[in-house]
Design a binder for this molecule. Structure first.
Ligand code: GDP
Length: 365
């Protein structure tokens, strides 16, 4: 499963946010992996479509799809040189698919800031610089290897060296690898390096309770949001302490609390939704009297691969899929009515599954 790693300077609210995540962790029975590592939190992806299907089908079980967060401790200035928990930190962050970068946007004289003053953009840049320096090291090591081979006029090595020689000054100029223009072949090459700054980023502005209710007046948030926009990244405003409170509530309580504050969704739910989007993830649904369930797939996957998300046997023996749009069920309220309206489709191996498709797979065992 895909994971987002939580990073940030000390005392910015990472642990508080991670507590909120583990408090809202899915029930073990609904999660097919026996053990969840202590630094991993598995949360449900909120999805109103599943709620609506549950209302219509009254199934025995309702299962949301999940998303994983990893708490990546130990980033300090100098991490790229192995300071603090530097090396451990870097190998952990390399394993994640996206980065959730928590930024301190609250004033509180009782809580020390490692850099003394509150300055979100400076903080962001401290961390990003460490990540860029770590990548620079990776690139330089690779150059040393490829250079020799390129001298023998090995075609692949020459092409690779030319990419590396563009990456190097780009990183040296303080730019993340993801902003370098690359063609498809180069994209594939760079994938193999596991560069940290190729991963998509969501900046999480951690603010006080007042700060979430009036974002327009929140200067820190404006700075983070602008920074994210200028760097092709996402930003979410939340109050980690409030998320911690919310994580102890049941669904209705939580909704009432958010309504009272006039907030559309909890900050954590917004982070999950954004992470889902930047990773190119979508959801298909299965629905019946036993179970209504959401499943995660990568945008562009075809019907047999999606069947494989449920079980590898479904993919191997795939024959076809019966498909309808969630909107059709929302409107017509039964599969019989969908059939009658001619909106139930038979799709084959080449069908590219769409977000919100309700699927019945037919397969040989
Ligand atoms: P970490 O070092 O990044 O994991 O930060 P923690 O989650 O341990 O938070 C550091 C301190 O800041 C703790 O005492 C938190 O209770 C406090 N804190 C976290 N979020 C907020 C906030 O929004 N406002 C205030 N005033 N304090 C916060």
């Amino acid at each position: 499963p895909l994971q987002a790693g939580i990073v940030g300077l000390p005392n910015v609210g990472k642990s508080t946010l991670f507590n909120a995540i583990t408090n809202s962790q899915v029930e073990a029975a609904n999660y097919p992996f026996a053990t969840i590592a202590p630094n991993v939190g598995v949360v449900e992806v909120p999805d109103a479509r599943i709620d609506r299907l549950t209302e219509l089908f009254q199934p025995k079980k309702t299962i949301y799809t999940t998303f994983e967060f990893t708490d990546i401790a130990g980033l300090v200035k100098g991490a790229s040189k192995g300071e603090g928990l530097g090396n451990q930190f870097l190998s952990n962050i390399r394993l994640t698919d996206a980065i959730c970068h928590v930024v301190r946007c609250f004033d509180d004289p009782n809580i020390t800031h490692v850099e003394t003053t509150i300055d979100p953009v400076r903080d962001i840049e401290i961390i990003n610089l460490e990540l860029i320096l770590a990548d620079l090291q990776t690139v330089e090591n690779r150059i040393a290897k490829v250079e020799r081979k390129a001298k023998t006029k090995d075609k692949e090595a020459v092409a690779e060296l030319s990419l590396l020689k563009r990456l190097q000054p780009h990183l040296e100029a303080g730019e993340p690898a993801r902003t370098l223009e690359m063609d498809e072949e180069e994209q594939a090459m760079v994938k193999g390096y596991g560069l940290i700054t190729m991963k998509p980023v969501i900046y999480i502005a951690n603010t006080d309770e007042e700060g979430v209710s009036s974002p327009e007046d929140n200067v820190y948030w404006q700075q983070v949001k602008d920074y994210a926009a200028r760097h092709d990244s996402e930003a979410v405003l939340l109050c980690a302490k409030m998320e911690e409170d919310l994580s102890g509530m049941d669904r209705e309580e939580k909704q009432a609390f958010l309504d009272e504050l006039g907030l559309p969704a909890s900050g954590l739910d917004q982070v999950i939704t954004r992470a889902y989007a930047i990773l190119g993830l979508q959801t298909f649904l299965t629905a019946g009297p036993d179970e209504c369930r959401a499943w995660t797939f990568r945008k562009g996957m075809k019907a047999p691969e999606c069947a494989g998300v449920i079980h590898s046997d479904f993919q191997r023996g795939f024959i076809k899929a019966e498909v309808y749009r969630f909107q059709d069920m929302d409107e017509l309220e039964s599969e019989a009515a969908i059939r009658e309206a001619g909106r139930m489709r038979m799709e084959g191996k080449e069908y590219v599954v769409q977000d919100g498709d309700v699927m019945h797979f037919r397969f040989n065992v």
